[in-house]
Design a protein. Structure first.
Length: 226
Protein backbone atom coordinates (compact mmCIF):
# COMPACT_ATOMS: atom_id res chain seq x y z
CA UNK A 1 0.00 0.00 0.00
CA UNK A 2 1.27 3.46 -0.89
CA UNK A 3 1.11 6.52 1.33
CA UNK A 4 -0.43 8.59 -1.47
CA UNK A 5 -3.51 6.35 -1.46
CA UNK A 6 -4.26 6.97 2.23
CA UNK A 7 -2.88 10.41 3.10
CA UNK A 8 -5.03 13.52 3.42
CA UNK A 9 -4.33 15.61 0.32
CA UNK A 10 -6.76 18.47 0.97
CA UNK A 11 -4.65 20.41 3.43
CA UNK A 12 -5.32 23.25 5.81
CA UNK A 13 -2.07 25.14 6.37
CA UNK A 14 -0.99 28.19 8.34
CA UNK A 15 1.68 30.84 7.86
CA UNK A 16 4.50 31.01 10.38
CA UNK A 17 3.61 34.60 11.30
CA UNK A 18 0.00 33.82 12.16
CA UNK A 19 -0.93 34.40 15.80
CA UNK A 20 -1.31 31.51 18.22
CA UNK A 21 -4.86 32.67 18.92
CA UNK A 22 -5.73 32.40 15.23
CA UNK A 23 -4.17 28.93 15.08
CA UNK A 24 -6.28 27.81 18.03
CA UNK A 25 -9.42 29.10 16.34
CA UNK A 26 -8.54 27.37 13.05
CA UNK A 27 -8.01 24.02 14.75
CA UNK A 28 -11.24 24.27 16.70
CA UNK A 29 -13.36 25.38 13.76
CA UNK A 30 -11.96 22.71 11.43
CA UNK A 31 -11.67 19.96 14.06
CA UNK A 32 -8.02 19.18 13.30
CA UNK A 33 -5.15 18.34 15.66
CA UNK A 34 -2.22 19.64 13.60
CA UNK A 35 -1.44 22.30 11.03
CA UNK A 36 1.54 22.40 8.64
CA UNK A 37 3.36 25.72 8.96
CA UNK A 38 4.51 27.43 5.76
CA UNK A 39 6.91 30.25 4.99
CA UNK A 40 6.84 31.57 1.42
CA UNK A 41 4.95 28.44 0.38
CA UNK A 42 7.49 26.00 1.84
CA UNK A 43 7.02 23.72 4.83
CA UNK A 44 8.99 24.99 7.84
CA UNK A 45 7.28 23.27 10.73
CA UNK A 46 4.20 21.73 12.30
CA UNK A 47 2.00 23.00 15.08
CA UNK A 48 -0.26 20.68 17.06
CA UNK A 49 -2.98 21.12 19.62
CA UNK A 50 -0.45 20.01 22.23
CA UNK A 51 1.96 22.78 21.19
CA UNK A 52 -0.81 25.33 21.63
CA UNK A 53 -1.81 24.01 25.06
CA UNK A 54 1.81 24.12 26.24
CA UNK A 55 2.18 27.68 24.90
CA UNK A 56 -0.90 28.89 26.78
CA UNK A 57 -0.45 30.17 30.35
CA UNK A 58 -1.73 27.82 33.04
CA UNK A 59 -5.20 28.41 34.46
CA UNK A 60 -3.59 29.34 37.77
CA UNK A 61 -1.65 32.16 36.13
CA UNK A 62 -2.39 35.63 37.49
CA UNK A 63 -3.11 37.04 34.00
CA UNK A 64 -6.68 38.17 33.49
CA UNK A 65 -8.60 37.23 30.36
CA UNK A 66 -7.71 40.43 28.51
CA UNK A 67 -3.99 40.02 29.19
CA UNK A 68 -4.18 36.38 28.13
CA UNK A 69 -5.92 37.20 24.86
CA UNK A 70 -3.37 39.93 24.13
CA UNK A 71 -0.49 37.53 24.79
CA UNK A 72 -1.91 34.85 22.50
CA UNK A 73 -2.69 37.42 19.80
CA UNK A 74 0.91 38.67 19.87
CA UNK A 75 2.60 35.26 20.03
CA UNK A 76 3.39 33.84 16.57
CA UNK A 77 3.05 30.27 15.41
CA UNK A 78 6.77 30.12 14.55
CA UNK A 79 7.58 30.62 18.24
CA UNK A 80 5.83 27.46 19.38
CA UNK A 81 5.85 25.14 16.33
CA UNK A 82 8.03 22.06 15.92
CA UNK A 83 10.60 23.11 13.29
CA UNK A 84 12.56 19.91 12.70
CA UNK A 85 10.17 17.49 11.07
CA UNK A 86 10.37 13.88 9.98
CA UNK A 87 8.78 13.63 6.54
CA UNK A 88 8.26 10.94 3.93
CA UNK A 89 7.62 10.78 0.18
CA UNK A 90 4.19 10.15 -1.28
CA UNK A 91 5.33 7.04 -3.17
CA UNK A 92 6.72 5.25 -0.12
CA UNK A 93 4.74 2.46 1.53
CA UNK A 94 2.18 2.80 4.28
CA UNK A 95 3.86 -0.03 6.16
CA UNK A 96 7.16 1.87 6.21
CA UNK A 97 5.38 4.97 7.45
CA UNK A 98 3.87 2.95 10.31
CA UNK A 99 7.36 1.87 11.40
CA UNK A 100 8.65 5.45 11.24
CA UNK A 101 5.73 6.73 13.32
CA UNK A 102 6.08 3.94 15.88
CA UNK A 103 9.84 4.28 16.29
CA UNK A 104 9.68 8.05 16.65
CA UNK A 105 6.49 8.06 18.75
CA UNK A 106 4.69 10.51 16.50
CA UNK A 107 1.08 10.52 15.35
CA UNK A 108 1.44 12.28 12.01
CA UNK A 109 3.82 12.84 9.10
CA UNK A 110 4.05 15.54 6.43
CA UNK A 111 4.23 13.97 2.98
CA UNK A 112 6.37 15.51 0.26
CA UNK A 113 6.74 15.15 -3.51
CA UNK A 114 9.97 14.77 -5.48
CA UNK A 115 10.53 18.55 -5.45
CA UNK A 116 10.18 18.93 -1.70
CA UNK A 117 6.67 20.36 -1.85
CA UNK A 118 4.08 19.45 0.77
CA UNK A 119 1.41 17.27 -0.85
CA UNK A 120 -0.27 15.54 2.08
CA UNK A 121 -0.50 14.61 5.73
CA UNK A 122 -0.54 11.06 7.05
CA UNK A 123 -2.03 10.42 10.48
CA UNK A 124 -2.14 7.33 12.64
CA UNK A 125 -5.85 7.11 11.76
CA UNK A 126 -4.95 6.92 8.05
CA UNK A 127 -2.56 4.05 8.79
CA UNK A 128 -5.29 2.18 10.69
CA UNK A 129 -7.73 2.73 7.80
CA UNK A 130 -5.20 1.23 5.40
CA UNK A 131 -4.64 -1.77 7.66
CA UNK A 132 -8.38 -2.40 7.98
CA UNK A 133 -8.74 -2.24 4.21
CA UNK A 134 -5.83 -4.62 3.62
CA UNK A 135 -7.07 -7.26 6.05
CA UNK A 136 -10.58 -7.36 4.60
CA UNK A 137 -12.30 -7.44 7.98
CA UNK A 138 -14.94 -4.97 6.81
CA UNK A 139 -16.06 -7.44 4.12
CA UNK A 140 -17.50 -9.96 6.59
CA UNK A 141 -14.64 -12.41 6.18
CA UNK A 142 -13.59 -15.50 8.11
CA UNK A 143 -10.34 -15.09 10.03
CA UNK A 144 -7.93 -17.98 10.51
CA UNK A 145 -4.65 -18.08 12.39
CA UNK A 146 -2.80 -21.29 11.50
CA UNK A 147 0.56 -22.96 11.87
CA UNK A 148 1.76 -24.60 8.66
CA UNK A 149 4.85 -26.70 8.00
CA UNK A 150 7.58 -24.40 6.73
CA UNK A 151 8.08 -25.90 3.33
CA UNK A 152 7.24 -25.10 -0.26
CA UNK A 153 3.63 -25.72 -1.26
CA UNK A 154 1.90 -25.49 2.13
CA UNK A 155 0.54 -22.00 1.50
CA UNK A 156 -0.48 -23.01 -2.02
CA UNK A 157 -2.49 -25.88 -0.54
CA UNK A 158 -4.52 -23.36 1.48
CA UNK A 159 -5.27 -21.41 -1.68
CA UNK A 160 -6.41 -24.62 -3.38
CA UNK A 161 -8.74 -25.43 -0.49
CA UNK A 162 -10.31 -21.99 -0.77
CA UNK A 163 -10.79 -22.41 -4.51
CA UNK A 164 -12.44 -25.82 -4.06
CA UNK A 165 -15.01 -24.27 -1.71
CA UNK A 166 -15.80 -21.28 -3.88
CA UNK A 167 -14.03 -19.04 -1.38
CA UNK A 168 -11.81 -16.05 -2.02
CA UNK A 169 -8.56 -15.42 -0.16
CA UNK A 170 -8.71 -11.72 0.76
CA UNK A 171 -5.43 -11.39 2.64
CA UNK A 172 -2.62 -13.49 4.05
CA UNK A 173 0.16 -12.51 6.43
CA UNK A 174 3.04 -14.81 7.30
CA UNK A 175 5.26 -14.72 10.41
CA UNK A 176 8.03 -16.96 11.67
CA UNK A 177 8.68 -15.33 15.04
CA UNK A 178 5.47 -16.61 16.67
CA UNK A 179 5.51 -20.09 15.13
CA UNK A 180 7.06 -23.27 16.57
CA UNK A 181 10.38 -24.39 15.09
CA UNK A 182 9.97 -25.74 11.57
CA UNK A 183 6.58 -24.02 11.18
CA UNK A 184 5.25 -20.73 9.89
CA UNK A 185 2.26 -18.87 11.27
CA UNK A 186 -0.21 -17.46 8.78
CA UNK A 187 -3.17 -15.16 9.35
CA UNK A 188 -5.82 -15.36 6.63
CA UNK A 189 -9.00 -13.50 5.78
CA UNK A 190 -11.32 -15.56 3.59
CA UNK A 191 -14.66 -14.72 1.99
CA UNK A 192 -16.60 -17.97 1.84
CA UNK A 193 -20.22 -18.91 0.99
CA UNK A 194 -22.18 -19.69 4.15
CA UNK A 195 -23.03 -23.23 3.04
CA UNK A 196 -19.33 -24.05 2.52
CA UNK A 197 -17.95 -22.81 5.83
CA UNK A 198 -18.19 -26.09 7.80
CA UNK A 199 -16.52 -28.06 5.03
CA UNK A 200 -13.86 -25.37 4.60
CA UNK A 201 -13.07 -25.49 8.30
CA UNK A 202 -12.58 -29.26 8.19
CA UNK A 203 -10.18 -29.06 5.23
CA UNK A 204 -8.24 -26.21 6.82
CA UNK A 205 -7.78 -28.30 9.96
CA UNK A 206 -6.33 -31.09 7.81
CA UNK A 207 -3.88 -28.70 6.14
CA UNK A 208 -2.41 -27.28 9.36
CA UNK A 209 -2.98 -26.47 13.00
CA UNK A 210 -5.75 -23.94 13.52
CA UNK A 211 -4.79 -21.64 16.39
CA UNK A 212 -7.85 -19.44 16.11
CA UNK A 213 -10.81 -18.98 13.78
CA UNK A 214 -13.64 -16.48 13.90
CA UNK A 215 -16.02 -14.44 11.81
CA UNK A 216 -15.88 -10.98 13.35
CA UNK A 217 -19.25 -9.41 14.11
CA UNK A 218 -19.15 -5.72 13.26
CA UNK A 219 -22.61 -4.83 14.50
CA UNK A 220 -23.01 -2.91 17.76
CA UNK A 221 -19.32 -2.09 18.08
CA UNK A 222 -18.22 -0.13 21.18
CA UNK A 223 -18.70 3.60 20.65
CA UNK A 224 -17.11 6.56 22.37
CA UNK A 225 -19.52 8.19 24.79
CA UNK A 226 -20.14 11.94 24.57
Amino acid sequence: MLIEDWMASKLLTIDENTSVMRAMRMMKENKVRRLPVLAHGKLVGMITDRDLKEASPAKTNSLDIHELNYLLAEMKVKEVMTPKLISMKHDETLEKAAIVMLQNKISGLPIMDENGNLVGLLSETDVVRGFIHATGIADGTLHYIMDLIDQSGTTASIIDICRQHGAKLISILTSYEDAPKGMKRVALRIACPDDQQDSLNEKMAEAGTIIHSVKDKLQDLPQKQD
